[in-house]
Design a protein around this ligand. Structure first.
Ligand code: TMP
Length: 207
């Protein structure tokens, strides 16, 4: 039986990916829209520990390992069963977030963080990753405007950290040119949505 299609969405904070993914999902059939940790109880518990604003003493390697652990649980409980049923899985953040945030911005090393993630995900990499590119200044401005959004431990990082996250993603784009596609996320929702849909539909057509 043919398995489904695994597509992930990435970008610095405030790139607007969550809004766009929801709109993309509405246009498709047989789709699972999820995000890490995606409502999986064990992974949600891990996420609370990672993002708790009181956990200022968290070591970067602990942070990377916890993200990898939450990723594993979400993959096994939610993503893999949907792919086995032949569904399209759209996932808001995946392994590239760890490579950009922990590997590059936190200086743990992209290869080192990839290694621990390989243990977590085995061979289950996405077929397509859409990266929403945004200047950190604009991204942070969008976050601050969005009053309903939680302010988590990573949001409290300074502008320099968010600049490094973006630089990290740019390195990943060069490293994985066949899997990753960049979209300029500074435009209107409608513009970004149309570009995203075109890329997703093309991918589905070639599968
Ligand atoms: P979210 O706001 O997209 O839910 O993500 C929460 C924060 O966690 C965001 O600042 C990005 C960060 N993050 C990492 O640092 N590493 C990861 O592996 C993931 C999935 C998220």
């Amino acid at each position: 039986m043919k398995s489904g299609t695994f597509i992930t969405f990435e970008g610095p904070d405030g790139a607007g990916k969550t809004t766009i993914i929801r709109l993309v999902a509405k246009q498709l059939k047989n789709v699972l829209l999820t995000r890490e940790p995606g409502g999986i109880e064990i992974a949600e518990q891990i996420r609370r520990v990672i993002l708790d604003r009181d956990n200022t003493a968290m070591d970067p390697r602990t942070e990377a390992l916890l993200y990898a652990a939450a990723r594993r649980q979400h993959l096994i409980e939610r993503v893999k069963p949907a792919l086995d049923e032949g569904r399209i899985v759209l996932c808001d953040r995946f392994v590239d977030s760890s490579l950009a945030y922990q590997g590059y911005a936190r200086n743990l090393g992209i290869d080192e963080v990839y290694m621990i993630n390989q243990f977590a995900i085995e061979q289950m990499m996405p077929e397509l990753t859409i990266y929403f590119d945004i200047e950190p200044e604009l991204g942070l401005k969008r976050i601050n405007k969005n009053k309903g959004r939680e302010i988590n431990r990573l949001d409290l990082e300074d502008l320099e950290f968010h600049r490094r996250v973006r630089e990290g993603y740019h390195i990943l784009l060069e490293r994985f040119p066949n899997r990753m596609v960049k979209i300029d996320a500074s435009g209107t929702v409608e513009e970004i949505l149309q570009k995203t849909l075109q890329i997703v539909v093309n991918k589905l057509a070639t599968n």
